[in-house]
Design a protein around this ligand. Structure first.
Ligand SMILES: Nc1ncnc2c1ncn2[C@@H]1O[C@H](COP(=O)(O)OP(=O)(O)O)[C@@H](O)[C@H]1O
Ligand SMILES: [Mg+2]
Length: 272
């Protein structure tokens, strides 16, 4: 009872548990005549895992690209801890603590695990020649993968030789290594078997609880989302139509809600 009245504990990045870290207000985006996002409103709390579902073509990846600084919205606002931001690039969003794991992963298969982890942030020995400090990068890679419980037996192996689940884990590790506070994951479990999905689900849950990373995760498997997420948002017709905490609902109820929401949209479209 009393815990409701107590102030939440401070998090590693100075934010407070449960505080709104990201707010999206009325975000719109069209491609030519195609209005994909028609006023998206959502928020994300510190250490929360938010699931985003919706049909193929609903605009989920479009929203992720806007939030990751890849492309700008046409209208609407994005706020980080209450402050409006306008990202100029992916690097700019990263500087604000937002990292993204895309479907294509953006890893380099021919490079070893530890160099992929430091891609574009390579460490060099002190001096004018910028000689790579491989030992330091190897040590930090081992340490970080240990920290977040990712089991990759050989960090000198080329990423291309790893399983899909291990590659996805490396991509997540890379995105979170540099103190990202918000992580966007676009279908991280696509094309993954049950055991591999397990690996990523555990990793995501671990990052949310131990490092207080807030996440938006896209997946169209409801069962996965129920295991992964604290809350689920459904995107239909360019808007968020359903916003449910997973602990307050069930797989059956959410499916039911989605179906009836689709029905009423179809009816509305019929009347229009
Ligand atoms: N760069 C683009 N140019 C034109 N149309 C696009 C572009 N990106 C996405 N679209 C269209 O926007 C809609 C939403 O796409 P997307 O965000 O990828 O959906 P989702 O990720 O939910 O499957 C689709 O109809 C898609 O074809
Ligand atoms: Mg997509």
């Amino acid at each position: 009872m009393s815990d409701i009245l107590e102030a939440p504990a401070p998090m590693a990045d100075g934010s407070r548990s449960g505080e709104v870290v990201l707010e999206v207000q009325g975000v719109m985006k069209s491609f030519g005549p195609l209005a994909v996002l028609r006023g998206i409103d959502l928020n994300l709390h510190a250490g929360e895992v938010l699931g985003l579902v919706g049909d193929n073509g609903a605009g989920k990846s479009t929203l992720v690209k806007i939030l990751s600084g890849y492309s700008p919205q046409d209208a609407g606002r994005i706020l980080l801890k209450g402050e409006e931001v306008r990202f100029r690039s992916v690097e700019d969003a990263a500087a604000h603590g937002i990292e993204t794991v895309y479907q294509d992963l953006a890893l380099i298969p021919q490079l070893p695990v530890y160099l992929n982890l430091f891609l574009n942030h390579e460490m060099t020995h002190y001096g004018p020649l910028h000689v790579l400090d491989k030992r330091k990068m190897r040590n930090l890679t081992r340490q970080y993968l240990d920290d977040i419980n990712v089991n990759v037996p050989n960090i000198n192996a080329e990423v291309g030789q790893l399983s899909g689940g291990q590659r996805q884990a490396i991509a997540v590790a890379r995105a979170t290594r540099s103190d990202a506070s918000i992580l966007l994951l676009d279908e991280p479990l696509a094309a993954m078997g049950a055991r591999e999905s397990r690996l990523i689900i555990d990793l995501v849950r671990g990052l949310a609880s131990s490092r207080s990373v807030s996440m938006i995760i896209i997946d169209h498997n409801f069962a996965h989302l129920f295991e992964l997420c604290d809350r689920v948002n459904v995107m239909q017709g360019g808007k968020i139509t359903i916003n449910q905490k997973t602990k307050d609902t069930s797989l059956e109820e959410l499916t039911e809600l989605m179906v009836s929401s689709y029905r009423s949209q179809i009816q509305q479209a019929g009347r229009a």
